[in-house]
Design a protein around this ligand. Sequence first.
Ligand SMILES: [Zn+2]
Length: 314
Amino acid sequence: MNSCSSIPRRSLPALLLPAPALAQARLPAIITTTAMLADAVRALAGPAARVESLMGEGVDPHLFRPTRADTAKLLAADLVVLNGHRLEGRMEEVLARLAAAGRRVLAMAEALPRAELRTHPEYPDAADPHIWMDPLLWAEAAGTLPEALAPLLPRAKLAENLAAYRARLRRLHDYAAAALGGIPNPQRVLVTAHDAFGYFARRYDLAIDSIQGLSTEAEASLIRIEAIVAMLVTRRVPAVFAETSVPDRAVRALIEGAAARGHVVRLGGNLFSDSMGRAGTYTGTLEGMLDHNITTIARALGGTAPAAGLNGRL
Ligand SMILES: [Zn+2]
């Protein structure tokens, strides 16, 4: 006998109503820690999965602590994609719980060969986690996604979407190489609030200096600020940069310090370092975020880039 016939008549409307929600619930649920990771997963999965990042605009992943609701989402997901290499410094407990529960987890940066990653004396047992800053390194890291997504989605579609995502990143890289290549030599120094631009600087041949190290957890030191001010004055660097996910107090101290020594340094702009712009806007995509950074840096340090950026959308 058909089991439906045993359902009391009065409960039928309640059963029928949630049908669209039930259809949606069948889509695989993928939770990422950062929005940059969600950008890559969405590009590969397309509409065939529900992708959500825990961290929104302006959230600092080094300091992020998941709420109880975040933990529940992570434990219920079909796949969790995180960056790794200690970017999510305060999530170790919940990530250990996921591993203990046998949940599927991909640490995208940790899947890259160590030889390609920057090392840092602050973290002898991990590498620099900020891999999304280099479009070509990110394109390579996205190559780990098809394997992780294969149980959820068709492989042919994943390969096609990966190729399209990589083509967009390659175009962004070409733009960056041209725009940043024009910065004159003594000014090829990128000074930021924390050390998030190491891969970016390595790719585009810039020197870097930052007030805080790889993580934003430690306090900025006065000795550090003094040393950077001296370098700015000596090299006549025209601009320094704040970051949207880090308070700009220490960056302003650099500008004041240089002014006190008779060298005008301006605030070149607010860069997206560990967090993208608002969801639904251009800078709320990895392409838009990096376009903003490349264009802002090139224009402030003496390179050439159109004010509206690669796609005329800034
Ligand atoms: Zn960072």
